[in-house]
Design a binder for this molecule. Structure first.
Ligand SMILES: Nc1ncnc2c1ncn2[C@@H]1O[C@H](COP(=O)(O)OP(=O)(O)OP(=O)(O)O)[C@@H](O)[C@H]1O
Ligand SMILES: [Mg+2]
Length: 288
């Protein structure tokens, strides 16, 4: 694995080098395949050749500094952004080539927990959480209500009390949990979490982590979780990937990541403010 051992990482290019892709271990099947993914916004080259596999049924945690491109990467998986180069394939579906009908079917297989809760302010909690069931599945109102209540309880919310409230009447942490309840209501096969626990109290953080584990165990969900929380990463991850300057510079099991001597990972794991992680975003890069 890239970064292991005692190599010197004095040269910037070495710091930014992508970790080599390794074949899946026996018994693992690749569900999401990302190859040479590039994304530019104007002259800014944000994703610079992402190569990554997500195995069916695993929880893969993506770590990375603020602005490293984590949300941008997840938006490609949601089909909200198209890559400039490279491909994202989920099962047999190449997202760059999918028809609108194929994308609609694909989106039903997927739940998304957005970085902000992304609730609609004019709708009640019941309407927000039930939205996928009403708009996409056209379920009757009584069933929607029952399933919304179930979903809210899974994220430790007092369902009946808040059903008719608007998001503005909830606390930030409650809004976040309502967002999670909406993401899981269709029992998706894939869940994308963009910082699901940021801003929550420690008990709820554990609750959300336990929920991720439970969904994986009971429904065999494949999860991609973006987080800054190393404790959460260690609790839920089967594997951890590190995104740095638009590339995956390390990926492996928790043990492999903990033993990895890459300076970027070392800085992240020790929480130091000095090192390549913080410096990378302060210096303009030639050709970036
Ligand atoms: N739609 C857009 N238009 C222009 N630039 C964008 C757009 N979306 C993201 N960017 C830029 O891409 C870079 C990566 O943004 P992104 O939101 O992916 O970061 P992130 O890793 O999720 O950060 P954070 O941890 O702060 O959420 C940022 O510099 C951002 O300004
Ligand atoms: Mg983000």
């Amino acid at each position: 694995m890239a970064g292991n051992g005692t190599q010197s990482y004095g040269v910037r290019d070495k710091l930014e080098a992508a970790a080599p892709l390794t074949p899946p271990p026996p018994g693992k099947e690749v569900l999401i395949k990302i190859r040479e993914l590039h994304k530019r916004f104007g002259s800014r080259h944000i994703l610079r050749g992402i190569n990554m596999d997500v195995y069916k049924g695993e929880t893969l945690v993506i770590l990375g500094g603020s602005g490293s491109g984590k949300t941008t990467l997840i938006r490609h998986l949601m089909g909200m952004l198209r890559s400039d180069e490279g491909a994202v394939t989920v099962g047999d579906l190449n997202l760059n080539k999918a028809t609108p009908a194929e994308m609609e079917t694909y989106r039903k297989r997927m739940g998304v927990v957005f970085q902000g809760a992304a609730l609609l302010n004019s709708l009640t909690v019941l309407e927000n959480v039930g939205l996928p069931l009403v708009e996409v599945d056209h379920k009757p109102a009584a069933e929607v209500r029952t399933r919304v209540i179930e979903s809210l309880r899974k994220v430790y919310l007092p369902a009946e009390e808040i059903l008719d409230l608007k998001p503005a009447s909830l606390s930030g942490g409650m809004r976040k949990r309502v967002g999670i309840a909406r993401a899981i209501i269709q029992e998706p096969e894939i869940i994308l979490y963009d910082e699901p626990t940021t801003g929550l109290d420690p008990v709820t953080v554990n609750g959300v982590n336990e929920l991720t584990l439970e969904l994986q165990k009971t429904l065999g969900v494949t999860s991609l979780v973006i987080t800054h929380d190393l404790h959460a990463a260690n609790m839920i991850a089967d594997r951890i990937a590190m995104l740095y300057l638009g590339r995956i510079i390390a990926v492996g099991t928790k043990e492999e990541i903990a033993a990895n001597q890459h300076p970027v990972l070392q800085q992240l794991l020790t929480g130091s403010t000095h090192g390549p992680l913080t410096e990378a975003y302060l210096q303009p890069k030639k050709g970036a």
